[in-house]
Design a protein around this ligand. Structure first.
Ligand code: 4AD
Ligand code: MG
Length: 478
């Protein structure tokens, strides 16, 4: 039989008694007899039993950690205790040698920092195998969730001439020679002569275009790469990350929160159901890592418990104003344990505050609503009080903000007034404003940072470890 069978399928034992072909990379070779082989279909290795007395010693020497091999043999019940089945090899072929002297990976635990520098090879470790299988499952589940609800997957542009969030932290896209761009009479760079005839950037969000789609298709979502040139060297920020942005016509803020909570629970439940082994492996990894820490600093819950806990509990919903009261009166604030003390209403919340609310106060996911208008984007719907907007942020344990969203300002007058107040150019966004002129309606949406979700589900501590090739300040290798 020459058709290759994946190891995940072999390990079910269904093919016991038949001849199989299996291909993969050597994870270990003991006593010249037992090969642990992995092909990435599961974290578990299949054991290959080598008849070393009848095998060319030159071939045996080439079965090294990292080598790619092909094996033909019989699937048999295993005599050893570590596995149910194994393959008795009749033919072994070396597909790609791997010189142990040169190979950067070692058959032992290596630090995540070291592996980040070897991101081209780290897929070959158990930890990263689990992470990227989970990432795949979660991406698939996102599409499944929205598809089941009748949402339209809308591709919004990556190159844009508008700054959606008014954040001003964008990557310029140009074909100009950086040394000598054409200048206009005023001596400024003349973007009229650039490729698109205007200054363009990589998008920070597909929301504004998503809203256009929702004003006809009712329910849409985007799922694509977004780019932010903020110089945030944190464990939660990337310069290139993937965002899921649903936008729903005829939704208010409560509908928006309900959908977001349902979606997060669906995604976590889907991962638990379909990648249980990977989550169990990462749970154990975290337990081992925590053994190094003093008792007081260890998590109260395992990764598995944490995920289950999220499914079993309603998220705590409260307003920004209520949250500020809690924070202001907290012992943490009184004892000046926050780096940024909460003095009063109006301040933006730092991640230390978000995490205090989630991890110390409520001990569950939190949805904060109705933020001061001055710390949120121009497009959020103004409340009656004229001070707050219909924003919502979802805060997760260990992560902080995982979702940011709002009910949108659909009233033309209010929207243009906010744009003027905030210095958002109305002429550039004429097409956005048109939706408020022609058949405007109540609508809402949110953005889920995909890597933050993957961080949560894998229990990893650094966002650079849940995207294959991270882009961050001074980091664009591979
Ligand atoms: O809160 P943000 O900036 O919201 C928006 O972009 C809206 N347009 C979304 C919408 O309403 N359609 O970003 C949304 C989420 C954050 O909650 C966070 O999870 C993630 O995107 N995010 C980042 N993830 C990784 N690296 C960064 N630099 C991120 N910035 C935001
Ligand atoms: Mg936000």
């Amino acid at each position: 039989m020459s058709h290759r069978i994946k190891i995940k399928a072999l390990l079910t034992g269904e093919l016991t008694g038949t001849e199989v072909t299996v291909k993969g990379w050597v994870r270990a070779f003991r006593q010249n007899r037992f090969i642990a082989l992995n092909d990435g279909s599961t974290n578990n290795n299949i054991q290959i039993v080598v008849d070393f007395e009848n095998t060319d010693p030159a071939l045996l020497k080439r079965i090294t950690f990292g080598a790619a091999i092909s094996v033909i043999g019989e699937m048999v019940p295993s005599l050893g205790s570590g596995q149910k089945v194994e393959v008795n090899a009749t033919t072994i072929e070396i597909l790609g040698d791997c010189d142990p002297e040169e190979f950067p990976l070692q058959p032992k635990k290596q630090t995540l920092e070291f592996l980040r520098e070897k991101a081209h090879l780290r897929f070959r470790t158990s930890t990263f195998g689990s992470i990227f299988r989970l990432r795949n499952t979660l991406a698939f589940a996102v599409h499944k969730f929205f598809n089941e609800k009748g949402f339209v997957y809308l591709h919004t542009p990556i190159i844009t001439a508008s700054d959606a969030e008014g954040a001003g932290e964008m990557f310029r896209v140009t074909t100009f020679d950086a040394q000598k761009p054409p200048l206009n009479d005023a001596g400024e760079v003349d973007y009229k002569q650039d490729f698109f005839g205007k200054a363009t950037n990589l998008t920070v969000s597909g929301q504004l275009e998503g809203e256009l789609g929702a004003m006809a298709l009712s329910d849409i979502y985007t799922f694509g790469p977004t780019f932010r040139a903020e110089n945030s060297n944190t464990t939660r920020h990337l310069a290139e990350f993937w965002m899921i942005e649903p936008e729903m016509a005829f939704y208010d803020l409560n509908d928006n929160m309900d959908l977001a909570e349902e979606m997060l629970k669906y995604l976590i439940a889907y991962a638990l159901e379909h990648n249980r082994e990977d989550i169990e492996f990462l749970t154990q990894r975290l337990l081992d890592e925590e053994k190094q820490k003093p008792q007081a600093e260890r998590s109260e819950m395992t990764l598995l418990d944490k995920l289950q806990f999220c499914l079993d509990n309603d998220f705590q919903r409260l307003t920004y104003t209520e949250a500020i009261e809690i924070l202001k009166d907290s012992n943490h604030n009184k004892k000046k344990k926050f780096q940024y003390l909460i003095e009063g209403w109006g301040a933006d919340l730092q991640s230390e505050h978000e995490r205090y609310l989630v991890e110390k106060h409520f001990k569950k996911p939190v949805i904060l609503t109705d933020y001061p208008k001055d710390i949120k984007s121009f497009y959020m719907r103004l409340n009656e009080d004229d001070k707050t907007v219909r924003a919502m942020d979802i805060l997760f344990p260990g992560i902080g903000e995982i979702i940011g969203g709002s009910q949108r300002e659909e009233r033309y007058d209010k929207l243009t007034q906010r744009m003027d107040e905030m210095g958002v150019p109305k002429d550039e966004l004429w097409w956005y404003l048109d939706t408020r002129r022609f058949g405007a309606c109540e609508h809402a949406g949110f953005g889920l940072g995909f890597e933050r979700l993957v961080l949560f589900v894998t229990g990893m501590g650094n966002i650079r470890d849940v995207i294959p090739f991270p882009r961050a300040p001074k980091t664009a290798e591979f």
